[in-house]
Design a protein around this ligand. Structure first.
Ligand code: ISE
Length: 339
């Protein structure tokens, strides 16, 4: 692939996130075009393809990946079908940007890791978009410079206005806290070694049967502690904050991305209502970086190892939720392929 060629991308899954990625590739970023869209819903996918020149609608991912116009794949379908779709992309040796979670459990993530190693080269970037958010990038640089000394703790807040119908307590770990798990691993450059989950009385705003909010405590291989307030029905806005407490200072991100207005004796800022808005810049940067790297014939960003390590920590998190006990994370040794 040369720099001059426009990358033809197939987007698999055209729900909220997939449709947003289609719009982003079509309208916002450069160097790529949407060559194919895939969804189980034939009408939805046709409606989307009809609005994009040179884009073909498919209901079968294998047929889309066989389209000669397709040179790379964005997987934005539900997590449980990622493994099969990743293996299809490997069969054709296509570069992939795969939305989180890589797969819903560590056993399937390990199978993907083995399959990618059999290919002999990395093909997958996992969509942990916070790694592309300007504020989180600044925090990482600050911590890496070491001017504040070692990082001792991270205090994280992760709030959604409301959870989608059918959202379960285990999804609060697998779909939501998975972001803090990856962020902590990336900010600290350490693995998560144990997870504990405690809960206050449930909010009256939480659907029946959903534990909400919860407090998740992550321990890391370097001895840092990470506490995460996960509250997926807070009702008032989408808030993601992270404060690093270091030996000689502290730094916090997540407050500073909206306009502040003063009027009628009041002063205040807006709060984004969802992740598509709050992390719009990060999603754009993530996609542009993926397209640029792919056109250079390279793979960068969060790897299948990162997806696996997050899945392993999530599995421990779900067990900790169910048992109420501190639960150790079980990880295989990191292959040299991913170092
Ligand atoms: C959703 O799947 C996401 O990835 C969002 O970033 C997260 O805030 C939300 O809780 C998840 O359901």
């Amino acid at each position: 692939m040369t720099q001059q060629q426009t990358l033809g991308v197939a987007v698999i899954g055209t729900g909220r996130m997939g449709a947003d990625h289609v719009r982003r590739i079509d309208r916002t970023i450069s160097g790529a075009r949407v060559a194919a869209v895939v969804d189980v819903d034939p009408e939805r996918v046709k409606g989307l393809a009809d609005r994009i020149e040179g884009c073909t609608a498919y209901t079968d991912p294998a047929a889309a990946l066989a389209d000669p116009a397709v040179g790379a794949v964005v997987i934005a379908s539900p997590g449980p079908v990622h493994e099969a779709q990743l293996l299809l992309a490997f069969e054709r040796d296509l570069p992939v940007l795969c939305e989180k979670p890589l797969t819903p459990d560590p056993a399937s993530a390990l199978r993907v890791m083995e399959a990618e190693q059999r290919l002999g080269h990395r093909r997958v970037q996992v969509g942990f978009m916070r790694r592309y958010d300007a504020e989180f990038l600044r925090l990482r640089s600050l911590l890496a410079e070491g001017a504040l000394g070692r990082t001792l703790m991270l205090h994280c807040t992760h709030r959604n206005v409301s959870s989608a119908p059918g959202f379960t307590s285990r999804m609060t770990i697998n779909d939501s806290v998975v972001h803090e798990i990856d962020t902590a691993r990336w900010l600290l450059d350490e693995e998560i070694t144990a997870v504990t989950v405690v809960r206050p009385r449930p909010s009256g705003g939480a659907p029946e049967g959903l534990s909400d909010p919860q407090l998740v405590l992550l321990e890391t291989s370097g001895g840092a502690l990470v506490d995460v307030e996960i509250f997926v029905n807070c009702g008032f806005g989408y808030q993601v904050r992270c404060e690093a407490v270091c030996e000689s200072g502290a730094a916090r991100v997540g407050d500073g991305h909206s306009m502040v207005t003063s009027a009628a004796g009041r002063w205040g800022a807006e709060i984004a209502q969802d992740f598509v808005v709050r992390f719009a810049d990060a999603y754009d940067r993530q996609m542009q970086r993926w397209v640029d790297a792919t056109r250079r014939g390279e793979v960068e960003g969060p790897s299948v190892w990162d997806g696996y390590a997050a899945a392993a920590a999530c599995e421990a998190g779900v067990r900790a939720q169910e048992s109420g006990e501190r639960t150790a994370v079980e990880l295989v040794e990191r292959p040299d392929f991913y170092r």
